[in-house]
Design a protein around this ligand. Structure first.
Ligand code: 13P
Ligand code: SF4
Length: 371
């Protein structure tokens, strides 16, 4: 998805870290409770230190929705998170993304046109009324609205199991919403959750949006229970079984904790698997003295290591792997949006049109009702 962040004024580009600290502090106190700064776990420390609340993508949107007194929500994260915050906050609240180029490459792997094309193609071979579309939180508002319109739901990495169970009822209680799921945009979260619930390879097919009929034939579509969109996170897909083997060879008794956006062969080898909030809790609960390799974004891994001096926390991939879009939000951009607010100008506002927001809200509400 193409977005354009205009170049920052020189004042911010040339500022020293100390100047930025002074300016951000002054602007933040001038704005007081009218501004709420939210920091996703993957943000840099120079940004995170200013966050009024830290959290995962959904937790932060909820925080935004609960803070009705804040006129401005400065979302230090990526575009889909700011959109979700706009959907869940009051119309009078304005959501700001410090750098418009802070997207999510995974979210961009499923655009609304490709999903609508897939739906039309599927309708030529199967009854789409029996397909439940599920979208990961890491998706555009348009996709969440699509899911809302077609009886599906949003899920996050912490509740994908509950949402998939709601859709397909693997326990056989008779409450299934359909016979198949189209899961986008992350094939890995879909596959990992499917395996966790007892499905196997034979029940899953990857839908490649670049190919006719997703690269599948009619039999594939009919046989599949889980149609997994061919999308991935470039950060989490880097972790490989070789990293787990190398870490365990070096640290006997070492623990491996990974995010479910990692490929299934890595997830299978890990000691613990879960969302960013889960990983934070898992490290906190690990015995003192543990050596832990974490398979997730490097800023969170480093922060975990800093916050637990009694444990050693390292990246599962020894080569640093930051999320390049999260990394776009930095102190100069944060300073710029705050100083513009002090001057009464809202820059980089993220808005979702009312119709899209209403349907997306319905898909988000289903998720809340399920979990
Ligand atoms: P969370 O939903 O855990 O915040 O993860 C978001 C994300 O982008 C993971 O790569
Ligand atoms: Fe998107 Fe991956 Fe970055 Fe998360 S870590 S924001 S999924 S690109």
């Amino acid at each position: 998805m193409f977005r354009l962040q205009r170049a920052l004024p020189e004042r911010y580009v040339e500022a020293t870290p100390d100047q930025l600290t002074t300016w951000i502090g002054a602007a933040k106190s001038e704005l007081g409770p009218r501004v709420l700064i939210l920091g996703h776990h993957y943000q840099r420390d120079e940004v995170m230190r200013w966050a009024d609340a830290r959290g995962d993508s959904f937790g932060l949107s909820r925080t935004a929705a609960e803070r009705r007194d804040a006129d401005y929500i400065v979302f230090c994260g990526v575009h889909f998170m700011a959109e979700s915050a706009d959907i869940l906050t009051a119309p009078s609240q304005q959501v700001i993304l410090p750098d418009l180029n802070a997207g999510c490459s995974m979210a961009d792997m499923a655009d609304i046109e490709s999903v609508e094309d897939a739906w039309e193609s599927l309708a030529t071979v199967t009854d789409v009324e029996r397909i439940v579309p599920l979208t990961y939180m890491n998706s555009s508002a348009a996709l969440k609205a699509f899911v809302g319109r077609h009886g599906g739901a949003v899920c996050t990495s912490s509740n994908a199991r509950a949402v998939l169970s709601w859709a397909l009822d693997p326990a056989g209680t008779g409450s299934a919403q359909g016979d198949k799921v189209l899961f986008f945009p992350d094939q890995h979260l879909g596959r990992n959750t499917g395996f966790e619930l007892g499905w196997g390879d034979a029940d899953m097919r990857v839908w490649n949006p670049l190919l006719d009929m997703g690269g599948l034939d009619d039999t594939d579509v009919k046989e599949a229970t889980l149609l997994l969109w061919k999308g991935h996170c470039s950060v989490h897909q880097r972790f490989r079984p070789e990293h787990v083997e190398a870490f365990r060879a070096e640290h006997r008794g070492g623990l491996v904790f990974v995010h479910p956006e990692c490929a299934h062969d890595v997830v299978e080898m890990a000691d613990q698997v879960g969302s960013t909030d889960f990983l934070i809790r898992a490290v906190a609960e690990a015995p003192s003295g543990s050596v832990i390799a974490v398979g997730t974004e490097i800023h969170l891994v480093k922060r975990l290591d800093d916050e637990h001096p009694d444990k050693t926390v390292v990246s599962l991939d020894p080569l640093v792997c930051p999320c390049s879009t999260m990394f776009r939000v930095d102190a100069p951009h944060l300073c710029w949006v705050l100083e513009r607010l002090v001057e009464g100008e809202v820059v980089n506002r993220i808005t979702v049109d009312p119709d899209t927001a209403a349907w997306a809200r319905r898909a988000l509400q289903r998720m809340l009702d399920i979990t």
